[in-house]
Write a protein that binds this ligand. Structure first.
Ligand SMILES: Cc1ncc(COP(=O)(O)O)c(C=O)c1O
Length: 387
């Protein structure tokens, strides 16, 4: 694909679940910021600042458009990454509105640990609920009364999705709780699962979405009354007295400032806008190529009796181990052939190590940059290694 023309021949990058490769036009957008309008957003009156403001505003709108959420109800704020976004919300939730915090067994450490810290800080009970093999939740087994619920909508080791996400959100709200969705793994290749879902907040990382390193929180305006001020500073206030201040977020137009203390990553934000425009215009054949590569590789792995997949179905993200082979050594062997894959527990230690009791795994996570030749090469190299 021309967008990734910098990727040398024979180099097979299989770590998109961590960071996707950036299309050239996204890299160009970041460079354009530095070369043509390097300026602070939202405070600067000279021309460069005006350009930055327009682009940042456009990105906020594009995020909502991509997620099919109404700007009347939702706001886009920028932060460092998914982990930071989830912590930023949990650290400022006022516990008096809630009775417990709930997460699930297949979470990335990011929500898994953040909910532990939240429980410790607030004294609210924490529950870890079981997700089904298809990623859904049995709602009849959950007591959601006034719960803070934090769940991924796609897993980072096998891509399984929160299939009944709409029912879950509805049930949480009916029970007087709130729900934060970790959409880190859904945004690039499975965005349909979260589109139009009216969660209280959706956190994701732009670096898994063909954009530079950046975090995003999309949140409902009615979250504000449930927050206490816990992480505040420059860029968030309209006025300050000796012992008090007026938050700019009181005003709908500047609501995004509620989670944006200090100077932001303006260049990265403008480049995220470029990535979203690119994604929304990709021809069908590009998505078909990803699906074909996924199916081909998944079927190949499934065929071997020595390969044990965590996946229950094909997904661009697939994790497995091979009988008699140390996954870390396998990762190094693949690297010698220019195949870049991840090994270990991928920050899902609790589920993979302690619930399933699996040895360290290897993860192939495909992206839109992968070519059919990549799959041919992986199969050839893997066949040599397995047999
Ligand atoms: C499902 C999920 N949640 C959270 C994270 C944390 O993302 P970040 O490291 O960008 O904060 C990841 C990262 O892989 C992830 O896959």
């Amino acid at each position: 694909m021309d967008d990734f023309d910098y990727l040398g021949e024979g180099k097979v990058y299989l770590d998109s679940a961590c960071q996707s490769l950036r299309p050239r036009r996204v890299i160009d957008a970041l460079n354009t910021y530095y070369i043509e309008h390097n300026s602070c957003g939202e405070r600067v009156k000279y021309k460069w600042g005006v350009i930055t403001d327009e682009k940042v505003e456009e990105t906020r709108e594009l995020v909502l458009k991509y997620l099919k959420l109404s700007p009347r109800k939702y706001t886009t704020s920028f932060t460092l990454n998914t982990t930071y976004g989830i912590n930023l919300i949990l650290n400022q939730l006022d516990p008096k509105h809630f009775k417990k915090v709930i997460t699930s067994d297949i979470e990335h450490n990011s929500p898994f640990l953040a909910t532990m810290a939240f429980s410790k800080r607030t004294g609210l009970k924490r529950e870890v609920i079981k997700r089904n093999d298809d990623g859904s939740i049995n709602l009849e087994d959950c007591n959601l009364e006034k719960a803070v619920v934090v769940l991924n909508c796609a897993s980072n080791f096998d891509g399984r999705k929160l299939l009944n996400i709409k029912e879950v959100v509805k049930a949480v709200h009916k029970a007087g709780g709130i729900i934060i969705i970790d959409a880190a793994q859904a945004m690039a290749h499975s965005v349909d699962i979260v589109r139009g879902v009216e969660a209280d907040a959706i956190c994701f990382s732009a670096h898994k979405l063909y954009a530079p390193s950046l975090g995003v929180i999309v949140w409902r305006d009615d979250l504000i009354p449930k927050l206490v001020d816990g992480f505040i500073g420059g860029g968030m206030v309209d006025d300050v007295l000796e012992n008090s201040y007026l938050l700019s977020a009181e005003n709908k137009e500047h609501r995004y400032t509620r989670f944006e203390s200090g100077l932001q990553a303006w260049g990265e934000i403008t480049a995220l806008g470029e990535a979203l425009k690119w994604l929304m215009k990709l021809p069908k054949k590009v998505w078909q190529n990803l699906e074909d590569n996924t199916n081909e590789l998944y079927e190949f792995l499934k065929e071997s009796k020595k390969v044990h997949l965590v996946n229950h179905e094909a997904n661009p993200t697939m994790s497995f181990y091979i009988d008699g082979l140390d996954s870390h050594l396998l990762g190094s062997a693949l690297s010698r052939e220019d195949i870049m894959a991840r090994t270990g527990y991928f920050c899902a230690h609790y589920y993979l190590d302690h619930v399933l009791g699996l040895p360290p795994l290897i993860r192939f996570s495909l992206g839109l940059h992968n070519r059919p030749e990549d799959i041919v090469k992986i199969k050839k190299v893997m066949e040599k290694i397995i047999y």
